[in-house]
Design a protein around this ligand. Structure first.
Ligand code: FAD
Length: 309
């Protein structure tokens, strides 16, 4: 197994996790279990998404604040500028800032009518992700991540236009880019080469989507312009009603992708967790990232407290 020769690899890898804001108490409890399970992996940061058109503004802020207050993890709020004036977006940024939120993932967002529909910026609003980065920086020196697209954004006519937009985001103050998910690592590598040739040197962190549900992921991929290779569809063929095998295959697929990226020299990974810890925890384990607290207590001998008495 060609990766087994690098046992120290986990020391060099940094991970981040993305969550979405829960809608119900039950979903919140589940998210919190996930956060607690992933916290000992010491992520570089976590982020919380922003619903289309700002529909989750309060919930996004509440979730980020709870993570900041109850864990030691740096947490970022996603923010979009769809359907709002600059003043309205600035007011949201100031509210967030006043409650201690200093990291953002700055995005244009998708039209309220849905992903893939034509986008019309608000006439008095920030027109795109790059302008939103400027708006944020005008308010404070935030840590800002932006989106990048290894297969180019579906609205970009070509890679040059797409990368030009990324360059504007970087020139305006973005510190790192997180990619749309992809399954073909060659596409990512070629994209990073193009980005570097354009004089962009910030980290281009691959966004990894563990396939909890192949149909859902394939559906989202087709709207987001991400290619689903035939070999991937074949791996999940016939597993719709076999969750256990689906999960094992998903774990193998994601581990294979991440380990291959490690071999290619990638050191940062952003996981789209879907608020679940199972696959992400397993993948992190495989790349050598260990839960810090767990190392103190051998798994085979539960700590009953008697030794300390
Ligand atoms: P931009 O960078 O502004 O534009 C995307 C592309 O469109 C550009 O590359 C450019 O080529 C083209 N383009 C835009 N404007 C012009 C123009 N005037 N002229 C020519 N070309 C133009 N969405 C949410 O609603 N909430 C979230 O929390 C969220 N989180 C995300 C996190 C990540 C890591 C990623 C990758 C995406 C996320 N999205 C989220 C989705 C994102 O909002 C959509 O992909 C959106 O369509 C584009 O946002 P952007 O910031 O990349 O846009």
């Amino acid at each position: 197994f060609r990766f087994s020769r690098r046992p120290d690899i986990g020391d060099k890898i940094r991970v981040s996790f993305e969550f979405f804001p829960p809608k119900t108490d039950e979903m919140e409890a589940r998210l919190w279990e996930t956060v607690k399970r992933l916290e000992p992996l010491k992520p570089n940061f976590v982020s919380v998404t922003y619903g289309a058109g700002g529909s989750t503004r309060e919930r996004t802020a509440r979730t980020v604040r709870r993570i900041l207050n109850e864990t030691g993890i740096p947490a970022a709020a996603h923010l979009t500028c769809v359907g709002a004036t600059r003043e309205e977006v600035d007011a949201v940024i100031r509210d967030y800032f006043a409650t201690g939120i200093k990291r953002f993932v700055a995005l244009r967002g998708d039209p309220a009518s849905g992903v893939g529909q034509a986008y019309t910026p608000h006439p008095g609003g920030y027109q795109n992700g790059a302008e939103l980065v400027s708006g944020l920086k005008a308010i404070a020196d935030f840590d800002i991540s932006v989106a990048a697209y290894p297969e180019k954004h579906p609205e970009s006519p070509d890679f040059a236009t797409d990368i030009e937009m990324l360059k504007r985001k970087v020139d305006n103050g973005a510190k790192r880019a997180i990619t749309q998910f992809f399954f073909d690592n060659d596409l990512y590598e070629r994209y990073v080469e193009r980005v570097r040739r354009a004089g962009i040197y910030i980290p281009i962190v691959p966004g990894i989507q563990p396939v909890h549900n192949f149909r859902q992921v394939a559906n989202f991929a087709s709207r987001a312009g991400a290619h689903v290779p035939a070999w991937l569809a074949e791996r999940f063929e016939g597993l719709d009603n076999d969750p256990q095998t689906h999960m094992l295959v998903a774990s193998a697929v994601a581990a294979e992708q991440v380990l291959d990226l490690v071999e290619r020299g990638v050191g940062d990974f952003h996981f789209y967790t879907m608020n679940r810890s199972d696959l992400v925890f397993a993948i992190c384990h495989m790349i050598g990232i260990r839960a810090h607290q767990a190392s103190e207590v051998p798994v085979s001998q539960p700590n009953t407290g008697s030794a300390a008495a």
